[in-house]
Design a protein around this ligand. Structure first.
Ligand code: 28G
Length: 646
């Protein structure tokens, strides 16, 4: 195989009907993620080809209407020789059959990840149109498809015409609106991010992105790979370093081992949590998985083993956990393996059990060696770990004090809290409302059995980087903590939460947005478990009431208002009123539009990518107000606001 590959190596042939019948089985879903997954499948193939040493630039072009995407590489070009049994060209087989991959024995393929061309047929099946162009042996070959079916034979250019030395593959496709919906469009920013990301994991490969909407082309090339990514992230977050230089590993596994290749960069900073960006086969794994488990184990064991061999120990009586070892650690882990398995369908979490031992086995000895070669750095790490353990102990004492007060004893609840009568936490909701007048409307409009209301009066502290002690001193935040009853920081226990949902209800204006962001920052820094458990929501009160004859409509922002007016253009002249604040709204209106399950528009706050979320919060809490509204209106960077139907 390898260079002498011919069409006969492709063995398993199966049509594409299953893909169209159950697209989610192949691409995780047919929403935005699924749509963008198509791009990955195609780009992966170009990357595989480049990682095998064929070609070094990959160009992606997004059409102005954002429905069509094309990818071009300068590899060898997909083979076009005839399949001995099927008597059709290899490229046609690759694009029209499922699992059409050669057998897996070549080491370089294992290293690069995916099987050449395997995902291409899935993309073809789910595309309204797809065209492939192959430059090979001085000819240009083309073939077109509609929903996975060829519209004609593979065409070979005239020998004299188009004669060219260049080799490579170009695939242009338009996802099928029947599958992804009429309004499905690629997101330029997302393509940009993806290529930017990939340029770090595939160092030396040149990626180009052209957005025909703006006419701009951007080049991504990182010769230093993930080391450059770590550097960029450090600069962006501006945290001081705890050690002078990062550890770097570039490891190639032997044939038959658990992986193909492992790259790690790692440094300790003065930040108070751990930030890992992980990849599998060049694609970000926001929920990490077994490769990161192995990575974490390797770090903890390497530190302990260094200490043991140098007869060092932590202060007497100090309990040091593995988390302490990783406090302030910032790392990038890029792992390549032959057949990655993921947990769930969209959650990018690696599940291969062997990966943990594979990563640990490669990383641990290398890290130990580094510590031994640079004992002054190793000692700084040990000191950093010890500091983390001490801080955690102090925090725990402070947090315990708060928790003992909390816990659903009615007496210790904040005075301003209007409690609900139900004692079943899962059924109860807490509305955190801005200001007394809004609080009044919410109290009146609520269902007092299941809905509690906590109005905030004073200023909410900006919890970004504020020590726990100051957070506890802030009246508004300490009221929130007491009402929730689940503790704070490392002691935060979602099981003890007094409510099934915690809902932030703020005015639909910049001040309201600002308080929302302050509260999100607080929850992110001090009650992250609440976000991870999916307990935190944003309510979306209307900003406009639009009266059209007997009908009343509500709009949460200008865009929604305009869309509604557009839709009812032909009807009578509308009467539009704008609410200045929630307090101005009648209790019944507030209840009907914003509080009643079934009628309201709740958004769940989710966090899929710690690394990104951290940056988002940092940006939000900076000077630039624009970012804030971007987060509230849509979702950006790791921490996001998802539509939910509740
Ligand atoms: C532009 C968009 C996406 C690709 C190649 C090159 C070869 C290839 C692709 O072979 C069959 C199965 C596994 C090896 C391989 C060409 C060997 C010799 C190729 C792409 C054979 C497919 N000559 N370039 N597939 N493999 N680019 N870009 O899809 O064993 S796919």
């Amino acid at each position: 195989m390898g260079k002498n590959y011919t069409a006969k190596d492709i063995t398993v042939l199966e049509g594409l009907d299953p893909v169209r019948k159950r697209p989610a089985m192949y691409i995780g879903g047919t929403g935005k993620d699924g749509l963008h997954h198509l791009i990955s499948e195609i780009v992966d193939n170009s990357v595989d080809e480049a990682m095998n040493g064929h070609g070094s630039s990959i160009s992606v072009t997004l059409s102005a209407d954002r429905r069509t995407l094309s990818v071009t590489d300068d590899g060898r070009g997909i083979p076009v020789d005839l399949h001995p049994k099927a008597k059709i060209p290899a490229v046609t087989v690759i694009l029209t059959t499922l699992h059409a991959g050669g057998k897996f024995s070549n080491k370089s393929y294992a290293r690069a990840g995916g099987l050449h061309g395997v995902g291409a047929s899935v993309v073809n099946a789910l595309s309204e149109h797809l065209e492939v162009e192959i430059y090979r042996d001085g000819f240009t070959y083309t073939q077109s498809f509609v929903r996975g079916k060829p519209t004609g034979k593979l065409k070979k250019s005239n020998k004299n015409k188009n004669k060219t030395d260049k080799t490579g593959t170009k695939i242009t496709f338009t996802p099928d609106p029947e599958i992804f919906g009429k309004r499905a469009r690629f997101d330029s920013a997302r393509v940009y991010e993806d290529l930017d990301n990939r340029s770090f994991v595939h160092k030396g490969v040149r990626f180009f992105f052209t957005d025909e909407g703006t006419g701009e082309t951007k080049k991504f090339l990182q010769n230093r790979g993930i080391a450059a990514l770590l550097e960029r992230q450090l600069k962006l977050q501006g945290v001081p370093l705890s050690v002078p230089e990062p550890f770097e590993l570039d490891y190639e596994y032997e044939e038959g081992e658990a992986g193909g290749k492992l790259e790690v960069v790692l440094i300790w900073t003065e930040a108070t949590d751990e930030r890992i960006r992980s990849y599998v086969n060049g694609v970000v794994t926001p929920a990490h998985g077994t490769h990161v488990t192995g990575f974490r184990a390797a770090v903890a064991k390497a530190i302990r083993s260094y200490m043991e061999s140098h007869k060092k120990s932590f202060a007497k009586g100090l309990k040091v956990t593995n988390e302490d070892m990783r406090e302030g650690m910032m790392a990038v882990v890029s792992f390549f393996l032959a057949e990655p398995q993921f947990q769930g369908q969209t959650k990018a979490k690696l599940n291969n059990p062997d990966a943990a031992a594979g990563v640990e086995g490669a990383l641990r000895p290398a890290l130990e060696q580094w510590f031994n070669a640079k004992p002054s750095i190793a000692d700084m790490v040990v000191a950093r770990v010890e500091l983390a353990a001490r801080a955690r102990q102090a925090k725990r004492t402070a947090a315990k004090a708060v928790r003992q007060k909390g816990r659903r004893s009615r007496r210790d609840m904040p005075d301003k809290l209007a409690q609900c009568s139900s004692r079943t936490p899962e059924k109860c909701e807490l509305f955190i409302v801005e200001g007394d007048s809004a609080g009044g409307s919410a109290k009146q409009g609520r269902n007092s059995v299941t809905q509690a209301v906590l109005p905030l009066r004073g200023k909410v502290l900006n919890a970004e980087q504020a020590p726990l002690k100051r957070v506890l001193e802030n009246r508004e935040l300490s009221d929130v903590i007491r009402a929730l009853g689940c503790g704070i920081g490392q002691e935060c226990d979602v099981e003890k939460l007094n409510y099934g949902k915690v809902i932030l209800l703020m005015d639909a204006d910049p001040d309201g947005d600002h308080i929302t962001i302050l509260l999100l920052t607080f929850f992110y820094r001090h009650m992250r478990n609440l976000i991870l458990a999916g307990k935190l929501y944003l309510a979306r009160p209307p900003l406009y009431r639009i009266q059209l004859g007997k009908e009343t409509y509500w709009a949460a922002n200008d865009a929604e208002r305009d869309a509604l007016l557009q839709k009812h253009r032909k009807n009578r002249k509308p009467t539009i009123s704008r609410f200045k604040g929630l307090g101005e709204m009648e209790a019944r209106t507030l209840a009907d539009t914003t509080m009643k399950p079934g009628k309201r528009d709740l958004r769940q706050v989710t966090m899929d990518d710690h690394w990104e979320a951290d940056r988002t919060i940092r940006e939000l809490m900076g000077r630039d107000a624009e970012h804030r509204f971007a987060l509230i209106d849509q979702s950006t960077g790791g921490l996001s606001i998802d539509d939910v139907d509740i």
